[in-house]
Write a protein that binds this ligand. Sequence first.
Ligand code: CP
Length: 297
Amino acid sequence: MKHFVTMKDQSEEIILQLVKRADQISQKGIPPLEKQYFAANLFFEPSTRTKMSFIVAERRLGIEPLDFMAETSSVLKGESIYDTAKTFESIGANFIVIRHTQENVASQLARSLNIPVINAGDGTGEHPTQCLLDLVTIYQELQQFKGLKIVIAGDIKHSRVARSNAFALSTLGCEVLLTGKEEWRDDRLPYRYVTMDEAVEIADVLMLLRIQHERHDQHMVLDQESYLNKYGLTIDREARMKDHAVILHPAPVNRGVEIDSSLVECSRSRIFKQMQNGVAARMAVIESLIEDVQKVQ
Ligand code: CP
């Protein structure tokens, strides 16, 4: 693996390898790398979980994260994304982690740089490391993927998490179903839509999404209570889920909108477990990319 920018083209073998390695790292850890490596974490869009868990993952691997803040960098003097990334490559970064509002920015950089690129979220494109940590969480819970019914619920159209997960879960043999408001359906994802009431009864995994207000063309004034009652996970719906079914959400959570606030930490919620797995998932991706760089050197 030279880059990690999409789940669309990943084989079942590679995905399972990364899931199992991340699961192993989450249980046993791994010793830091012996050689000195530097990571460029280029976050042009806000992030708490992804940015911080990359930093923890890098530090646990003995990698030095290079501090970059777009708002105090030469981006303010008009420097392009490509020139910024190329600068980090020139001064010795061994890989780039990038989050940006622009779709496909990571794959464009992957084609032009000589170091690995990791997509930490590109507009409404993809979020492959979020997907990997979701897969690790499902694997730890249900020990398999084939035949599982996974319902992805909410703002499908604007969600990079939905896209990466739909691609990877299909590759792994899951049945992917979608649910959400009509205007947030995404024609690019050819999966069956169900109602939220059907979803809670059939899902082995209910993957809730955040409403991506920042990606909507028009600011929508939402009646939170009526949204929750029509499209969200209410206490009544949670009670109708299968015994073994679990709830995922990439977070940040709009409490009381996508999910009743009291369910965020209920017994079947794995929302904070997902965040915990984010560190091991990112360590597994970085390790795999560094190993492949070492093979060509
Ligand atoms: N899930 C996720 O990507 O969260 P952040 O935006 O906080 O990184």
